[in-house]
Design a protein around this ligand. Structure first.
Ligand code: HEM
Ligand code: MG
Length: 332
């Protein structure tokens, strides 16, 4: 049976995390890195296995210890990704592309393709990675980081802050509408796009810095090189669902847009009334389970089904007490 997720940190104070026990080492041949600069960095500093293949518990421990991510957010995001991109039998996930190191594949249509897999978790209009339509959804793109710099200069006085996050999130959406005929911006991507725009502020800013502004050389280190700056201290408090939720509101409010997508041609953005939006958090959870996970596993058997059920329970655990009803696509 897959082990339960780790609990919260006992000590959530800031501390040196780019430390002698966790030196940056360059990627070796075969090491997996992917679309998440947070997890890439944790692997390159040895908070995760340096080959980029990890269990859910290793990921939760690493994001808590390395960045002070709150337990509810860490558990929810890790199990969301693990359920659609990981191997439910071997309990392993690639933080990049598909890898034989996660073990034998379950029957199709399951993918087990790692975090690079498009449209189950990874999605369009990322800040520093391209849309899958253009052929590479996981590598750092200098031209997009140049825009990140330009927006930070224009709206943040040379740093990435919440105002920049809001303007740049909107810009990336507008660019995908104008250039990607297949642009999709529905749940879950609709939610993760806004959440990820907050992460550079909450997690990449040194915990001794009070101004919530990220310098551009530090940003480049994380996004491009998977590297913490020398002497880096993690956030000075645990950052969970509540804090991220209020920062998302701040980013969304100046430029609201409903979930939707282009219709096979550019500039054809159409709202999708079936997708969950920010007033429907329970539907985000329910559709993820009943549509996304169930779509990959229409009729699982044996240990696969048992482990899916166990992991779906762990995925729901941060929502206990939220008022969202738990759903059971594979029986109870
Ligand atoms: C993006 C997974 C934790 C920072 C992503 C993406 C995935 C992912 C799949 C790609 C989505 C996309 O842009 O299309 C995860 C998982 C985590 C986790 C499973 C486990 C808790 C973190 C942490 C940080 C972080 C702790 C910061 C320290 C980011 C950022 C992006 C991102 C900034 C956006 C990249 C961009 O738009 O260029 N993450 N992540 N993530 N992640 Fe993570
Ligand atoms: Mg993406």
């Amino acid at each position: 049976k897959p082990p339960p997720p780790p609990g919260p940190l006992n000590d959530t104070s800031t501390k040196l995390v780019n430390n002698p026990a966790h030196p940056f080492l360059p990627q070796r041949n075969g090491d997996m890195r992917g679309p998440c600069p947070g997890l890439n960095t944790l692997a390159s500093h040895g908070y995760l296995p340096r080959n980029g293949i990890a269990t859910p518990a290793q990921i939760i421990n690493a994001v808590q210890e390395g960045f002070n991510m709150g337990n509810d957010l860490a558990v929810f995001v890790t199990y969301a990704a693990f359920l659609v991109d990981g191997n439910q039998v071997t309990n392993l996930l690639s933080i990049g592309g598909k890898s034989s190191l996660t073990g034998p594949d379950p029957p199709k249509p399951a993918i087990v393709g790692g975090l690079d897999t498009h449209a189950v978790f990874e999605g369009d209009a990322s800040m520093t990675r391209g849309d899958a339509f253009f052929g590479d959804n996981h590598s750092f793109k200098e031209n997009q980081f140049d825009e990140f710099i330009a927006f930070s200069n224009k709206f943040g006085g040379g740093k990435y802050n919440l105002t920049v996050a809001s303007e740049f999130r909107w810009q990336r959406i507008q660019e995908s509408i104008a250039t990607n005929p297949n642009f999709s911006f529905i749940s879950p991507r609709y939610f993760t796009a806004y959440a990820e725009s907050t992460f550079p502020i909450t997690f990449f800013v040194d915990g001794r810095n009070e101004d919530g502004a990220l310098s551009l050389d530090v940003a480049r280190g994380f996004f491009q090189d998977s590297r913490m700056p020398n002497g880096f201290f993690r956030a000075n408090q645990s950052i969970g669902l509540d804090i991220i939720g209020s920062l998302i509101d701040f980013i969304f409010e100046p430029h609201p847009i409903q979930p939707g997508g282009n219709q096979g041609r550019v500039n054809s953005y159409t709202v999708d009334p079936n997708s969950a939006n920010f007033s429907q958090f329970c539907q985000l959870y329910q559709d993820f389970v009943n549509i996304t996970v169930k779509g990959l596993y229409p009729n699982p058997q044996g240990v696969l089904r048992d482990n899916l059920n166990t992991n779906l329970g762990y995925f729901f655990s941060p929502l206990q007490g939220s008022g969202c009803p738990q759903v059971f696509p594979f029986g109870q």
